[in-house]
Design a protein around this ligand. Structure first.
Ligand SMILES: O=C(O)[C@@H](CO)OP(=O)(O)O
Ligand SMILES: [Mn+2]
Ligand SMILES: [Mn+2]
Length: 553
């Protein structure tokens, strides 16, 4: 990517340390007010505890308006979290931008909406919607889907088909019917006067379609077969499919197998030549691969068997570097002048590392939703392939391997700024399995201890923080703070992120009085950007949020 910013000015009052600055993002680790179900508190984490006790620390806001989401009722997520960290400022994020584009009617006046609707009308073809079917507001919001269907009807689109990805990860783990049943009533009302709008296919979001970072293309293949080809197990309704598949598999929504809605043995909504298709997720990581399957002529990832000629659009541009997809309904936040870009412009060597599941978080999200590097010379991005397993089976994930890359880099002292994401708290937190989440945090803590030691020996600085909460709240709580229980008395698992604040710790074994050790309070994770820039010896850009560490100038 082209560097468009000027180098940062040096801060003469702060001399960088001998060793590198290491930023560890413990994905999905916050502080809960509930003790019961808090896997982070329950875990044996002597290294984290030592750092918390002996080093300057605070907590940071990581949800709601502090990260650019519509309201403070919105939990944090990795995209908005890493955007905020890597961009040093808060941008209105996808959820909010789409809300506004729909409320103002701008979305429907844009050329892409026009083209897709006109295409469906001209060909008397079908307008398809594919996306995450909930109001989680992390990847999508069902309210956006409903608004588009109403508008399509007003504009005379006769046939619509909806391909639903069951959530259970940003919303209650078995809440699918709470969305499907009212939605069927909503469609029935639309269908009263003459249109034909139906759910056509679906499946759990962790089984089909919504893979990310190339972790498991087979999920996308299954999604293609389900939505596009209409191949798969047939049911007469989504309700029937969900009930049956739940009974048969015992799976929670995100893991339910795919299904195809059919009539007389024929799928009701495969995607055909001449149709229009809208992927209604606004968040990109899990929408890129399916978009590539629709758009790429040479497509090496699986055999599409049939590739319909359609007008395809995403809710947003999912990759601002590779321009995927080509057409989108709402312009994404124009995130510019990121930390990574400034550091590259200033000649700072950088390394980013995680395993596949979160690799894009410390690269693509951190760089404002762009996949490339700012400088081939100065930057190295390391991806450790994730296992394709249910993460509750291997809660340690690739923690040791990630740590080893960090430790090696710290020892070699080839990079001034090293950032790493440990996915465990989040990926295992999403499984809803408390024991596994405790194990996940213990596994991360072991690695934290190793990295701390390496940083001490190298004379660097270690920052420990997180992008949002998850594993600290593994049980649902009611309004009074009581644990919600299943009919059998066991706690109801919570698989979603949280509204909780996250830790921030600075460990600086060669501290020399060049900042106050009483940290600024009340800040959000967007302040990490400035903090990193200052701890590397530079003056941050004027419009960046204030740093957490009061560095002298
Ligand atoms: O798995 C995901 O896609 C989201 C939850 O929807 O989690 P994260 O924001 O941590 O990536
Ligand atoms: Mn995250
Ligand atoms: Mn998550």
């Amino acid at each position: 990517m082209e560097i468009k910013v000027d180098p940062l000015k040096k801060n003469p009052a702060f001399t960088p340390r001998r060793g590198p600055l290491v930023l560890l993002i413990l994905d999905g680790v916050g502080f809960s007010r509930y003790e019961e179900g808090d896997a982070f508190r329950r875990a044996l984490t002597p290294h984290f505890d030592w750092l918390w006790e002996h080093c300057p620390h605070t907590t940071l806001k990581a949800h709601g308006t502090a990260v650019g989401l519509p309201s403070d009722g919105d939990m944090g997520n990795s995209e908005v979290g890493h955007n905020a960290i890597g961009c040093g400022r808060v941008y209105s994020q996808g959820a909010k931008l789409v809300d506004e584009a729909i409320a103002s009617g701008r979305l429907f006046e844009g050329p892409v909406w026009r083209r897709l609707v006109d295409n469906a009308k001209k060909n008397e073809s079908t307008l398809h919607f594919i996306g995450l079917f909930s109001d989680g507001n992390v990847h999508s919001n069902i309210a956006h889907l409903k608004a588009m269907l109403e508008q399509a009807k007003r504009e005379g689109v006769k046939r619509a088909r909806i391909h639903i990805l069951l959530d259970g990860r940003d919303v209650g783990e078995t809440s699918a019917l709470e969305y499907v049943d009212p939605f069927e009533e909503f469609l029935a009302r639309l269908n009263e006067d003459g249109v034909d709008y139906r759910i056509a296919s679906g499946g759990g979001r962790m089984v089909i379609t919504m893979d990310r970072y190339g972790a498991n293309w087979d999920m996308v293949r299954k999604g293609w077969e389900t939505h596009v080809l209409g191949e798969g197990r047939q049911f007469s309704s989504a309700h029937e499919a969900i009930e049956t598949l739940r009974k048969e598999t015992g799976a929670i929504d995100q893991d339910l197998p795919p299904f195809v809605i059919a009539e007389d043995g024929k799928p009701v909504g495969p995607i055909q030549d001449g149709d229009s298709v809208i992927f209604f997720n606004f968040r990109g990581d899990r929408a890129i691969e399916m978009s590539m399957a629709f758009e790429m002529d040479d497509f090496p990832y699986f055999d599409r068997k049939r590739r319909p000629k359609v007008e395809y659009a995403g809710m947003m541009e999912y990759d601002g570097d590779k321009h995927i997809p080509r057409q989108y309904l709402v312009a994404p936040p124009s995130i510019d002048r990121t930390v990574g870009e400034y550091l590259a412009a200033s000649g700072v060597t950088q390394m980013a590392v995680s395993e596949t599941q979160k690799f894009g978080h410390v690269t693509y999200f951190f760089n404002g939703n762009r996949t490339g590097k700012f400088s081939e010379e100065l930057e190295e991005y390391i991806e450790i392939p994730s296992d394709i397993v249910p993460f509750e089976w291997r809660p340690w994930m690739k923690g040791a391997e990630i740590a080893e890359e960090v430790i090696k880099a710290v020892k070699e002292n080839r990079f001034r700024f090293i950032r790493a994401n440990f996915p465990n708290g989040d990926m295992v937190g999403h499984t809803g399995v408390f024991q596994a989440a405790v194990c996940a945090m213990e596994a991360v803590d072991i690695q934290l201890g190793r990295i701390r030691k390496a940083v001490e020996e190298a004379g660097g600085i270690l920052l420990v923080t997180a992008d949002h909460g998850n594993c600290e709240e593994m049980y649902e709580h009611d309004k009074n703070g009581n644990v919600v229980r299943n009919p059998d008395g066991t706690p109801k698992a919570k698989t979603a992120h949280t509204l909780n604040p996250v830790p921030f710790i600075i460990y600086d074994p060669e501290y020399r009085g060049d900042y106050e050790t009483t940290l600024r309070e009340g800040l959000g994770i967007s302040s990490i950007g400035t903090t990193c820039i200052e701890l590397l010896g530079f003056i941050p850009p004027d419009d960046y949020d204030p740093g957490i560490v009061p560095v002298k100038r």
